[in-house]
Design a protein around this ligand. Sequence first.
Ligand SMILES: NC(=O)c1ccc[n+]([C@@H]2O[C@H](COP(=O)([O-])OP(=O)(O)OC[C@H]3O[C@@H](n4cnc5c(N)ncnc54)[C@H](OP(=O)(O)O)[C@@H]3O)[C@@H](O)[C@H]2O)c1
Length: 243
Amino acid sequence: MRRLIPDLSETTVGQQLDSYRPWECAHEDRPYLAMNFVATVDGRATIGGVSGPIGSDADTAMLVGLRTRFDAVMIGAGTMRAERYGRPVADQAVRESRERSGLPPDPLMVIVSGRLDLPWDAPLFTEGAGQVLVFTASEVEPPDTATSLRVVHHEDDVDLIAALRHLRHEHGVRAVLCEGGPHLFAELQGLGLVDELFLTTAPKLAGGGAPRILEGELPAAGELELAWLLEQDGELFARYRRP
Ligand SMILES: NC(=O)c1ccc[n+]([C@@H]2O[C@H](COP(=O)([O-])OP(=O)(O)OC[C@H]3O[C@@H](n4cnc5c(N)ncnc54)[C@H](OP(=O)(O)O)[C@@H]3O)[C@@H](O)[C@H]2O)c1
């Protein structure tokens, strides 16, 4: 892998992320929040309804690497339904490396859901490892799950500002990696809650009606500053932050 920006050199995902310590950037009232997406060159977030076919093994390494650097991983219900998550850090050695950095072995898995229509048979709920916290606007009670599950009810819609405040103050979450999807990204961006965006652009075109990485209205164009740009086999790994 080559680093193109801010300087030219050989690098690896591990080297790039070794000194990345987002938990040191926590806001007083909410965690530091980074988004992570993979997209095609035409900006599409899915091929065949899921994100897996877009990126390479290097993108998977970046995703896994990023998950070693955050207290919590957050997704919207649409992403959970499409991607059917399992334990976010499956590898014992990676969990141990998290602990060496002073992080809990498993990131807290956070799901934002309006209707609580979640795939309860997905490994995340059935494996019995780690912890899941669901913010929902539904009054429906969830089924029993093998994995420890807590549900926080909000009225009407999930108030994302209050949800992030809850994560910061009730769970000590200092940094959240939000892995989408496009509607949750639009909401968080619109509320000014996104600090960084990791975006992999794979050398592929998807076309069709696949969603883009951000789907929804924004109150104003979001300005981004490029913090780094990496390249491997034509795939670009950008890290943007709010100027
Ligand atoms: N390329 C990538 O990196 C990437 C990343 C993530 C996802 N994806 C793809 O994106 C697609 C899913 O897109 P999406 O936009 O539907 O996913 P999403 O943003 O994960 O989920 C949207 C859902 O989240 C819930 N939600 C979001 N904000 C809420 C709020 N304030 N209050 C209550 N509920 C809220 C709602 O759930 P309810 O439906 O329960 O009401 C809403 O329907 C999938 O195909 C997935 O594969 C791609």
